[in-house]
Ligand binder design. Structure first.
Ligand SMILES: [Zn+2]
Ligand SMILES: [Zn+2]
Length: 151
């Protein structure tokens, strides 16, 4: 975590993008801009986050640095979720075979930098949520089988 802050001239996003857990014991930086931003309604995301949905920001694994003690949980046969070992804030989601890492939108110091570009698992979407006008997927089966075990 030694790279100096600067603003990406192409899109204005500050790089690195910084964030961390609620207690401050875990901090992370993303040293490149995200690949995409999604929103998941799957039951595991909802339970894990204690929320009705989970907005997440996807980066290449090698572009993210994480510091601090973490606890891990195998949330499916093919993926692990890491949380702060002290306050249990969710930090990231990683698939065993993937080259990406999902950080949680709400973990960033500036949460206004990102907006979801698509929604997954809308079969579980709450009826009180207004439409966002972005592409939706009823499950995740057509999108890298993400969270497949949570159908
Ligand atoms: Zn913490
Ligand atoms: Zn999910």
């Amino acid at each position: 975590m030694t790279r100096a802050d600067h603003v990406n001239p192409q899109n204005g996003l500050p790089v690195p993008l910084k964030g961390g857990c609620a207690c401050g014991a875990v901090r992370f930086e993303a040293i490149a801009e995200p690949i995409r931003v999604g929103l998941c309604h799957c039951m595991t995301c909802r339970k894990k986050h204690g929320s009705a949905f989970n907005p997440f920001v996807v980066f290449q694994f090698e572009d993210v640095l994480i510091g601090g003690a973490l606890q891990s949980w195998r949330s499916s046969e093919h993926a692990t979720r890491l949380s702060c070992a002290t306050c249990a804030s969710p930090i990231c989601y990683q698939e065993d075979a993937g080259t990406e890492i999902e950080l949680n939108l709400g973990s960033f110091d500036d949460t206004s930098l990102f907006a979801p570009q698509y929604e997954n698992w809308t079969v579980h979407r709450e009826t009180w949520l207004p439409a966002l006008g972005i592409p939706t997927r009823a499950t995740d089966s057509d999108f890298q089988k993400r969270h497949l075990a949570n159908a």
